[in-house]
Design a protein around this ligand. Structure first.
Ligand code: UD1
Ligand code: CA
Length: 457
């Protein structure tokens, strides 16, 4: 059976009070619409039809430039005027296979539980609604059932009687309908209601009148089908997602000191017995081995961390690869293309960029290492700086195995320091050093006997 997904994303989202189109606001580090597109992809939709209107071009550009793999199956439709959800679906109907199942999703309902959606998609009925019973039903369409508990219609809150407003089962907005019947019922929609809109929900009563099989799947966890209309909704949905993320990390064996104080804006995989303290943020794709400890307030983005590493508090790691048994921080910054082999130690206020440190190398205090290759067991003293930039170009520093770089030295790249060499503290190194040599470049110490400091006049 072929599946066509229609995603409604034309609404203006006035209550977001934002220049950014509503469906591009992020949840869990990615646009809401991207979550919905991922969902359609996971259902193996043959076609994804997205209806945009307000700021449509910006939405298309943003989704296309992030270039995910589903782009080939997306078709964009324009709804110039937002005349209601039924009118929106009409815009996406041209070319729909009459035999296909059409699934309507909303671009501002990003946390969709895919398992529930699979139940909807597997339904054999002509029309299947996804309903829920959330705590807050304000503004929602109410599900009307007859005495035999069969769905007979949906009434919008603005059109509902006081009695109907008491109904706690609501329309999530998500529905599945056979293409042929959907096209037929849409063509008969009117807009004679309190909002003067073409309501998609009116097809339910039409289906019932036609004697079609109408079914409803009730979502047990209503929070997964909540929509976003305001920044407050957005924050709430973010929390819902983060709770789910925390739950799945704990299920994988990760110890979270406080599951309410961790944020995953992407995908994180952790092996067993990792421990994550409060206010840690993971972004992009992060892969963590076993027995890793991450202390509080760290940000870790698009990185791989090997087994038994210890990341101390307030460390920022981006696009880096760490071997096993490394320790980093507190207050360290690993910038893109940093590679730490096993047992590397990076201490406080050390910044590393585009550099590889081999096994057992150490930079424990206040250093900048950029565009460098650092050998095994190298000791970088406090305050050492690789001067990699001459104002126009970046240059490489190569430090051999077992080198000792004394504190407060500057290494003006390009420079190569041979294995086992020693750099005396306070040196400015501008030329290569041969293996085993000691290089010092500093003024000789002078002592003036019994020196009298000037006195204040
Ligand atoms: C809709 C449903 C209601 C349901 C609720 C769930 C109808 C008539 N009502 O109400 O039963 O309980 O969602 O949140 O369907 N959109 C367009 N073009 C339009 C209008 C809307 O693309 O002309 C899109 C919006 O961007 C949004 C979605 O459709 O993604 C829902 O629109 P919204 O105005 O929020 O619908 P509600 O009135 O809340
Ligand atoms: Ca809404």
């Amino acid at each position: 059976m072929s599946l066509e997904v229609i995603i409604l994303a034309a609404g203006q989202g006035t209550r977001m009070q934002s220049k950014i189109p509503k469906v591009l606001h992020h949840v869990g580090g990615k646009p809401m619409l991207a979550h919905v597109l991922d969902c359609a992809t996971e259902l193996s939709a043959n076609k994804i039809r997205v209806v945009t209107g307000f700021q449509g071009q910006e939405i298309r550009d943003a989704i296309e430039s992030s270039a995910p793999n589903y782009l080939t199956s997306i078709q964009w439709f324009d709804q110039a005027e937002q005349n209601g959800t039924g009118h929106a679906v009409m815009q996406a109907m041209p070319g729909v296979d009459p035999k296909a199942d059409c699934l309507v999703l909303y671009g501002d309902v990003p946390l969709i539980d895919i398992e529930v959606l699979k139940n909807v998609v597997q339904s054999q009925s002509t029309l299947t609604l996804l309903t829920a019973k959330p705590d807050n039903i304000e503004g929602m369409g109410r599900i009307l059932r007859n005495e035999r508990d069969q769905v007979v219609g949906i009434v919008e809150q603005k059109d509902a009687t006081e009695e109907q407003k008491e109904i706690i089962e609501i329309n999530t907005g998500i529905l599945l309908c056979k293409g042929k019947q959907l096209a037929d019922w849409l063509s008969k929609l009117g807009n004679n209601n309190s909002q003067g809109e073409y309501y998609l929900t009116d097809i339910v009563a039409m289906a019932v009148a036609d004697g079609a099989a109408v079914d409803a799947v009730i979502a047990e966890d209503a929070s997964r089908f909540a929509g976003v209309n305001s920044k407050q909704d957005l924050a709430q949905i973010e929390r819902t997602l983060q709770k789910l993320n925390a739950k799945s990390l704990m299920a994988a064996g990760v110890t979270l000191v406080d599951p309410d104080r961790i944020d995953v804006r992407g995908i994180v995989k952790c092996d067993q017995d990792c421990s994550v303290d409060i206010n840690v943020i993971f972004e992009g794709e992060v892969t963590i081995g076993s027995d890793v400890t991450i202390e509080s307030n760290c940000i870790i983005r698009d990185s791989v961390i090997g087994d038994d590493c210890h990341i101390y508090a307030n460390t920022v790691i981006e696009n880096a690869t760490l071997g096993s048994r490394c320790s980093v921080g507190p207050f360290a910054r690993l910038r893109p293309n940093t590679v730490l082999e096993n047992e590397v130690r990076i201490g406080n206020f050390v910044e590393i960029k585009k550099s590889r440190l081999d096994q057992g190398a150490k930079a424990n205090h206040l250093s900048y290492i950029g565009d460098s290759t650092v050998g095994k067991n190298v000791n970088i003293g406090a305050g050492v700086i690789t001067c990699n930039y001459d104002g126009a170009n970046k240059h490489q520093t190569i430090i051999g195995d077992d080198v000792f770089v004394g504190s407060d030295s500057q290494i003006v790249a390009p420079v190569t320091i041979g294995a086992g060499a020693t750099v005396g503290a306070g040196s400015t190194i501008t030329r290569d050093i041969e293996a085993g040599d000691l290089a010092i470049s500093r003024a000789k110490q002078v002592a003036y006997k019994n020196w009298k400091r000037p006195e204040k006049a």
